[in-house]
Ligand binder design. Structure first.
Ligand code: COA
Length: 315
């Protein structure tokens, strides 16, 4: 059977086809609202349009592979998948061979990172065969939004309130300071330096990062900012409710305010917000060496899936 590899036409139908495959390959991710799909794919592949590829069998999209910015300026991230009905036909190998050709248009990129679920042995075998080495792990976990809070967490909320710290919605924070977006960026960039990832994080310039404060990347009504007077000292992002589940996509505390319960209080407030938004379950993803994993376990999150992270140095 003839497999055809084509560049994504940048249009809605093929973006939906890619996302359908992505969701079949990663059920833990849930379903993305198709209204946002075009904006999402155009956003993540910005600068890599020529490396956003679809594989077709008899004119039907059966696989895709794309490149997007990685964790450092030398790293590019490879994302892709093959429809379960069309596995073991050489589609992923063909996509990867073409991706390697297209990476040559980005000579500054010397490493490729990629990930696969631990529950998908085909994914790990595929990446190993291509010469990728496992460098990291991330854990998906979830809890009911109505599960009771442990007493130590309630104690941290009381200490937080005593210290006259407050929590506001992201949409409210933007009415409090003219430079709210720069402050948000600066807090996240400095907190991200401490994520214990094997691939060191490099700050993203404000102008490039700024669109991430807008849908489909962020709903500011679904985000919380912890404030010390008007200075943001903690941030938490929730995504949208899908089939009763909502994910915490990010939590960070300013290094000046760590170990004062800020992220614990943000989590507790996020459970309340999640409930208000109609979710029954809240999910999250953590690097396996991140103290956040420990906080989450103590708050009653239970592990559901493990993501394995791989890296390959390009010759
Ligand atoms: C992880 C992070 C958000 C924790 O924020 P925080 O506000 O300091 O956390 P809390 O004060 O609520 O901590 C609650 C409990 O978690 C555990 N904990 C937090 N940080 C820890 C650390 N560095 N080492 C060990 N345990 C830690 C402790 O049990 C702590 O309770 P204790 O202080 O009474 O012992 C913060 O270190 C951070 O911003 N890191 C960089 C960004 C990041 O990794 N974000 C998470 C991934 S999205």
């Amino acid at each position: 059977m003839k497999i055809k590899i084509e560049q994504w036409d940048g249009q809605y139908d093929d973006a939906c086809a890619m996302q359908n495959i992505a969701e079949l390959c990663n059920p833990i991710l849930g379903t993305m609202d198709r209204q946002n799909i075009l904006h999402f794919y155009r956003g993540v592949t910005k600068g890599f349009a020529q490396s956003t590829l679809i594989a077709k069998l008899k004119n039907e999209i059966c696989g895709y592979a794309l490149l997007c910015p990685g964790a450092s300026e030398h790293t590019v991230r490879l994302v892709g998948g093959v429809h379960p009905d069309h596995r073991s036909k050489g589609i992923a190998t063909k996509l990867y061979t073409e991706i390697l050709e297209r990476i040559k248009q980005h000579p500054s990129k010397t490493e490729i990172q990629s990930g696969t679920l631990k529950s998908c042995p085909a994914g790990t075998l595929f990446l190993k065969k291509l010469g990728f080495t496992q460098v990291d792990q991330g854990h998906w976990s979830s809890r009911s939004v109505t599960a009771p809070f442990p007493s130590w967490a309630i104690e941290k909320v009381m200490q937080f309130e005593k210290a006259s710290l407050t929590i506001v919605l992201g949409s409210e924070f933007e009415t409090l300071r003219a430079d709210w977006d720069r402050e948000w960026w600066s807090l996240m960039m400095s907190a991200n330096k401490d994520i214990p990832s094997t691939i060191p994080f490099q700050p993203i310039p404000f102008e490039i990062w700024r669109p991430r404060l807008n849908p489909p990347f962020l709903n500011r009504n679904h985000s919380l900012i912890a404030l010390d007077e008007l200075t943001p000292i903690g941030v938490l992002h929730l995504d949208d409710v899908v089939n009763g589940k909502i994910n915490i996509c990010y939590t960070g505390t300013a290094s000046s305010h760590r170990r004062r319960g800020i992220s614990t209080v943000l989590k507790i407030k996020s459970f309340e917000l999640a409930k208000k938004l109609g979710a029954h379950t809240i999910g999250t993803f953590n690097h396996h060496k991140n103290p956040m994993l420990h906080i989450n376990k103590r708050l009653g999150f239970e592990q559901q899936e493990v993501n394995l992270e791989y890296l390959k140095i390009l010759k």
